[in-house]
Design a protein. Sequence first.
Length: 374
Amino acid sequence: MYEPTGRQLPHLAFLWPALAAASASEIAGSIAKQFIGLTGTTEDDAAAHEPVWATPNTVALDLKTVRLRDFSTAREGVATLLCAPYALHGAGIVDLAPGHSLVAALRAAGLGRLFVTHWRSADADMRFLSIDDYLADLNVLVDHLGGRIDLIGLCQGGWLSLLYAARFPAKVRKLVLAGAPIDIAAAPSGLSALTDASPLSLFQELVMLGGGRVIGLAVQRFWGPETLEDDEIHQLLQTHEAIDSSAFARLLQQFRAWYAWTVDLPGTYYLEVIDKLYKRNELASGHFVALGQRIDLAAVHVPHFLLAARDDELVAPAQLFATEQLVGTSAHDIHKEMVGGHHLGLFVGQQTLNETWQRIAHWLSEPERPATSY
């Protein structure tokens, strides 16, 4: 049985923080107090603290669930869409700060048409939105970008990206998955083990406390703003700045600003992720139904680049690398790379951005070959 250490538990709070509670009664009682404490706090109050993006951009399309942010420096070529995670924290993790921006790294490596999914915090009238709703809106974004794109899925945005590629295979040219949970049964991680050990009723109660949503601010207050120590953040950022320097102090402020701003999730969507993706492992087992169609990953033949972190506390590398055996893409069209560090280091670590993501960008820029399968 997988047993995460106490040192690992704070990291688990980043995406699904309720999972690290000792029991359903503890999480319900503790978060209920936070909901009471939020009386008088409006969604506008929380939204006012959303950090600014580090790289200039425009909003190319504005939907109920998502804004399509345009970071492009060119008008021609295949568009690359970064599918950011939709979890407790905002999509700004892909553009955290100068030197720690995946967006900037990809642009510097030559990707001229670059876009990001900026998922909206769920309003009360969005509480019944499901995975299908987000998949459908992702399809609208892809159509807006010309109908065929290169897709980069990060963490929770990774399984959604693979799901999209399986549901709309003609619309994805190449697929990058980074730190994405695909086959939960392939190996345990802190996140999947805690999900498996917690009854679905715990998550249902969390949604009920939020009036049909998971309220990010309440969950955040349950954990407190100082979940990660300065040295842990220094390690995640892979920065050469001294930990006592003014330059690192600015980075620390930017990271904590991103961490402090939270998003709310629709209860229906959240419970589907917990039950279908984690508890039932439906995507990997071939039982997931998306927009009325049963998903067969073996029918996916697009080239893949799979990026994992060796010490990822949220997604075991095997959960991602199992994709190779599930999809129909031939072995020579699947690239795998493992880097050192933890989960968030995949997206903000300076060394990973400067080295690994440059290689990924160059791979995306290569002309495509005729698709082959096993």
